[in-house]
Design a protein around this ligand. Structure first.
Ligand SMILES: Cc1ncc(COP(=O)(O)O)c(C=O)c1O
Length: 432
């Protein structure tokens, strides 16, 4: 059990709460990870707050104008009526159409109709409910969104095995992934979580790496292993370099082998700049699945939704439907993505020309909201605290070795000052 959970249990031990908690209730805790560090920064990051995984411009969330315009104009049935458990059917159909447009190599009849869930987090948790038993092997990168260990290890009681995301040459670590999958396999089954653009590094594989990765998964499936691959596509579409594979990994996996189930977990959260809407989608594909199989899977998902959240919020679904069907949608989205791409280019230029902070090495990044610096000799938790207390700058420390910078939430004009202060702080604390 995690020491934070133990501490909470001890504090509650003499109360009726402590005496009645379930085994899950005893195991669960709120980690001192991204959200806790972000909350700390909200109070003290008076200069720049580069902790949050949202896109800000001039300190305000970057709202798409169609969403803003439609907000006050919704009828009661569009805003407060119950939505069906699997989501508004018009939205499910439209999201699928958009998915096929964004991922041209997917054949629509070979995947399920996306089901609406209240955000990507709940979608991942529902997949854990559906496919992960206590003790099952689940694999993800060791640098990862900190909710994966909480969902799979603490909540679902899986055996989690991690691997380093990059080879020494800076390519996606396909050999490490295969070793982890082999060691995690239990009773002929294994679950893999992939997330591109990756949080916290901001990396997406090249086409070559993506194909090599898919080929290895197919080889494992062909050897008789049942492989479930979750593609967490939270930051999909924000690709800034030419050689990046611009479709979801799901495209290479949904029709690859009868023993390989691909689950796409995506949503409007980051893709459509509506973080608080809580609209995500679950889509399934595996070679040989038929329309009847997809309907049976849909019923399983509906049962999972019914027993947890019953149905997702109506208002977010209506606004998203209007947004996706608006004539200006694609144009504005391209414009917003350009704002983030400009920041990405600025960060690359700053790193290429710096004279200070040479102990901080950027991990490969080419997409998404973030980039991560690896510190050579020193503690990034010390660096984070120093930046927050002395400079009013919020960042996220991982494993006391990495520092995540969310350039999505800092204006382009401020990036140079942000990075120079981080570099100088590292030199001051740990030597140049
Ligand atoms: C990799 C990854 N997946 C999922 C999420 C959460 O998505 P949602 O807000 O839709 O639950 C995040 C958000 O921080 C994330 O970084």
């Amino acid at each position: 059990m995690h020491s934070i959970a133990e501490d909470l249990n001890q504090r509650l031990a003499t109360t009726v709460v402590g005496r009645t908690l379930s085994r899950f209730g005893q195991r669960i805790y709120f980690p001192k990870g991204i959200v806790a560090q972000s909350n700390e920064a909200k109070k003290s990051a008076t200069t720049f707050n580069a902790t949050v995984g949202i896109a800000l411009a001039d300190g305000e969330p970057m709202i798409l104008p169609t969403i803003q315009d439609n907000l006050p104009r919704l009828s009661p049935s569009e805003s407060i009526d119950y939505a069906p458990p699997g989501g508004d059917n018009r939205l499910r159909v439209l999201w699928k159409e958009e998915m096929l447009r964004k991922n041209p190599s997917i054949q629509g009849e070979k995947i399920s109709l996306p089901a609406v869930v209240p955000g990507i987090t709940s979608g991942i948790s529902m997949i854990a409910d559906l496919f992960v038993n206590e003790g099952d092997g689940v694999v993800f990168t060791d640098l990862c969104w900190d909710n994966y260990p909480l969902i799979f290890e603490t909540r679902a009681e899986a055996t989690c095995v991690t691997f380093a995301p990059f080879t020494p040459r800076g390519e996606f670590n396909v050999p490490g992934m295969v070793t982890a999958l082999k060691s995690a396999a239990r009773q002929g089954k294994v679950v893999l979580v992939l997330n591109f653009p990756h949080n916290p590094t901001g990396y997406t594989p090249t086409l070559r790496d993506a194909q090599a990765l898919a080929a290895e998964l197919v080889a494992l499936a062909a050897s008789g292993l049942q492989v479930v691959v979750l593609c967490d596509d939270a930051y999909f579409g924000l690709f800034y370099e030419e050689d990046v594979y611009r479709e979801s990994l799901f495209s290479l996996l949904y029709d690859a082998h009868e023993n390989l189930l691909a689950v796409k977990i995506d949503g409007a959260t980051k893709e459509d700049y509506v973080w608080g809407f809580r609209v995500g989608f679950l889509t399934f594909g595996a070679k040989g699945l038929t329309a009847d199989h997809f309907e049976a899977i849909n019923q399983k998902v509906l049962g999972t939704i019914r027993t947890t959240i019953s149905s997702s919020s109506r208002v977010g679904q209506t606004l998203l439907y209007r947004e996706l069907s608006s004539l200006v949608y694609h144009g504005i989205k391209v414009k917003y993505a350009k704002v983030l791409e400009e920041r990405f280019k600025t960060v690359k230029a700053i790193l290429a020309n710096r004279a200070t902070g040479k102990r901080l090495h950027p991990l490969p990044f080419n997409s998404g909201y973030f980039m991560t610096l690896e510190l050579d000799g020193g503690s990034t938790e010390d660096l984070r605290k120093y930046l927050l207390k002395t400079e009013g700058i919020g960042t996220i420390a991982f494993q006391d070795k990495y520092l995540r910078i969310a350039y999505s939430s800092v204006d382009n004009r401020d990036l140079r000052a942000l990075f120079e202060t981080i570099f100088q702080a590292a030199d001051h604390l740990f030597g140049a």
